[in-house]
Design a protein around this ligand. Structure first.
Ligand code: ZN
Length: 160
């Protein structure tokens, strides 16, 4: 298990557009393993390669702890509906904000073996897909927050 350093807001690497992955290499395989390790260790549900300083179009997501997905060169090809809720990001520690996203997305991507697949996602998984894909184009959820960015602690207090 190898953890990578999570880059935080203010780091230029998070503002850049990532490059497509052309072939699977041992180095990229290792990157994907490390991204999962880093995401689980930080209790996140998704992580994009630029968050560990690598400008490649790779995202890992696991919203339940039992459904790990790897998305290489992902594209959203269909979307519908709307959901509004709190969102957070491992690159913006201690903060949360309200973001509206589609409630359904269809994604096409390559898996870790560079095999194409299609995924239809709803609710939290759809939100995670939209959030992580934004990272690949240099965007953070903080650009989309409705109202103010809040401290995560305050939000949990409100809900109790
Ligand atoms: Zn994020």
């Amino acid at each position: 298990m190898a953890l990578r350093k999570i880059r935080e807001i203010g780091d230029d690497v998070l503002m850049k557009v990532c490059k497509e992955v052309k072939e699977m290499t041992p180095r990229t395989k290792l990157l994907i393993e490390d991204m999962f390790d880093t995401m689980y260790e930080a209790n996140g549900v998704g992580l994009a390669a630029p968050q560990v300083g690598v400008l490649k179009r790779i995202v890992v997501i696991d919203t339940t702890g039992e459904d790990p997905y790897v998305f290489i060169n992902p594209r959203i090809v269909d979307r519908s509906g709307e959901q509004t809720g709190y969102e957070g990001c491992l690159s913006v520690p201690g903060k949360t904000g309200t973001v509206t996203r589609p409630n359904y997305v269809k994604v096409v991507a390559l898996d870790e073996n560079m095999k194409p697949f299609e995924l239809e996602a709803t609710e939290l998984l759809a939100r995670a897909v939209c959030h992580e894909l934004d990272h690949l184009d240099g965007h953070l959820y903080t650009e989309k927050v409705e109202g103010e960015l809040k401290n995560t602690e305050d939000v949990y207090e409100d809900e109790e």
